[in-house]
Write a protein that binds this ligand. Structure first.
Ligand code: ATP
Ligand code: PRP
Length: 212
């Protein structure tokens, strides 16, 4: 399938927010991943397929050529820095921020603190940049519980409206970085399917400019 282009996207917010951008690039899925069990979706362009995978798996699929391109949050890309992909476009979707959060009455961020997070790489780099040596506990979800149950002094997690922190009695202690989703591209595909890939990236870029 030398002319086929596979685009990896995750279900949920990335899929929903990428859809209008893809539509402006004339790529419209023929199935809805929320109702279909299919993991490879045909689109209005017979040469373009959407591959539905977990958000955290997008960099691996794109780096190893399972997909030619994909959409991944900057948070996920920073945890997979060693996987070689091009990152040609900030799509400006799935916007949020990465923050340190904890109980309101907890002591200020300091050395030897225990930090629970899914974002081990980013957390380690952030605390190192602050000159703080911390112990990091890797979790896979429900990070907000960690300070509440005494597992950690603070967490590093994503925050958008702040509703999840508030519902669990936590407050933001520090802003680490703003996050949005990026278009990532397989390096080999960029060479072997150059004309089609460049055109698609250009079309998506124009769609992003229209949306902003
Ligand atoms: P996985 O299923 O692989 O564990 P996930 O549950 O984090 O991933 P989503 O919740 O769909 O997947 O999040 C996908 C991306 O959307 C994240 O990587 C992040 O960049 C962004 N994101 C996460 N939470 C929010 C939020 N509350 N508001 C806006 N964007 C968010
Ligand atoms: C993300 C993130 C926070 C929440 C923040 O979770 O991990 O828990 O959003 O958003 P808020 O500030 O608007 O409350 P998500 O909704 O993706 O759930 P999941 O990580 O469990 O999939």
């Amino acid at each position: 399938m030398p002319n086929q282009i596979r685009i990896a996207v995750s279900k949920g917010r990335i899929y929903k927010q990428a859809l209008p951008l893809l539509a402006q690039a004339d790529v419209e899925p023929l199935d809805d991943p929320e109702t279909s069990r299919k993991l490879i979706l045909d689109t209005s362009d017979p040469d373009i397929k959407l591959v539905i995978i977990r958000a955290t798996d997008v960099p691996a699929y794109v780096a190893y050529g399972g997909a030619d391109m994909g959409v991944a949050g900057k948070d996920v890309l920073l945890e997979n820095e060693r996987l070689p992909v091009y990152e040609p476009l900030d799509l400006g979707i799935a916007r949020c921020r990465m923050s340190v959060a904890g109980l309101p009455e907890s002591r200020p961020l300091g050395r030897r603190m225990r930090i629970a997070t899914k974002y081990v790489n980013s957390a380690r780099k952030y605390f190192a940049s602050q000159g703080l040596q911390v112990e990091i506990i890797k979790l896979y979800g429900s990070m907000e519980l960690a300070p509440v149950l005494g597992l950690a002094d603070a967490i590093v997690d994503l925050v958008d409206t702040g509703a999840t922190l508030m519902a669990n009695g936590l407050v933001e202690k520090a802003h680490i970085m703003d996050i949005s989703s990026r278009l990532v591209v397989n390096k080999a595909s960029m060479k072997t399917k150059h004309a089609r890939m460049s055109q698609l990236i250009e079309d998506i870029k124009q769609a992003v400019e229209v949306e902003q």
